[in-house]
Design a protein around this ligand. Sequence first.
Ligand SMILES: C[S@@+](CC[C@H](N)C(=O)[O-])C[C@H]1O[C@@H](n2cnc3c(N)ncnc32)[C@H](O)[C@@H]1O
Length: 275
Amino acid sequence: MSDAKLFQDSAYLQKNQYRDSRNLDARAALHRRFSTAVADWQPWVFDLLQLKPGMRVLECGCGPGWLWRENVARVPDHCHITLTDLSPGMVAEAEAALAGSGHHFEFQQANIQALEFADATFDVVVANHMLYHVPDLPQGLAEVRRVLKQDGRFIAATNGDNHMKELPLLVPEAVRQMTASWRMRGITDQLPFRLENGRSLLEPYFAHVDLHRYDDGLWVTEVEPLLAYAFSMIKPEMDVPETAAAQLREAWAAKIKAEGGIHISKDSGVFEAQK
Ligand SMILES: C[S@@+](CC[C@H](N)C(=O)[O-])C[C@H]1O[C@@H](n2cnc3c(N)ncnc32)[C@H](O)[C@@H]1O
């Protein structure tokens, strides 16, 4: 299967890449530890939700529920929040973390392409860093529009073409030869839903679309978190050859020692769309 197909293959996403939060954890850990942004990502996204007491919210592709775990003290009273994900493992992790939070959370395994909710149920729908995984995006967006109330808002985070653009270039040629089939899609290739094309993909379904860009970068001063990030993108059937991992570790450690750190660009943002 090609990388592009694998990236949107629900069996691969459920059973491998997102079976649990381990791959996401490795990537989030790098961002958390070495980000140069003034505001943390999840609180910055949460502000854009503009939640008010009593609102009904749906999150599609919630992962382990970080948006809510990191903002739980800021959730207004009497909100009704439904967290869904294609992966049952992710839903279970979100539920384990949030069930006793004192807020009204519900959890459900669900594909954004076929939502089991009545028309006009939600004030806000969230789909962060997941629309690029959806094989039939028009169907997914039609479902979001259908379940939103009139004047409801859709919040969708994604990355742009410059996101992590230095990372593949930091892999020495010798290592690249040994790891030709490493899965680096999402870093090296264009995402199907990205900052550059998101507006035109959303506009057929929503009356008004805004883009909020997040000003950020990475200054990485430790080699292991960067290795863990790179390895989290690897194809399921590939083991990292020991020699490749060792050479990569050595090359990146030498660069950090010589230059004090490694700069990597980030390019993320959030589309806010009104029904
Ligand atoms: C990159 S993670 C993002 C997780 C979370 N939204 C965040 O920003 O931390 C993508 C998530 O989308 C889920 N996903 C992929 N395709 C999906 C689909 N068609 N419907 C619902 N969830 C999906 C994956 O299982 C995974 O948990």
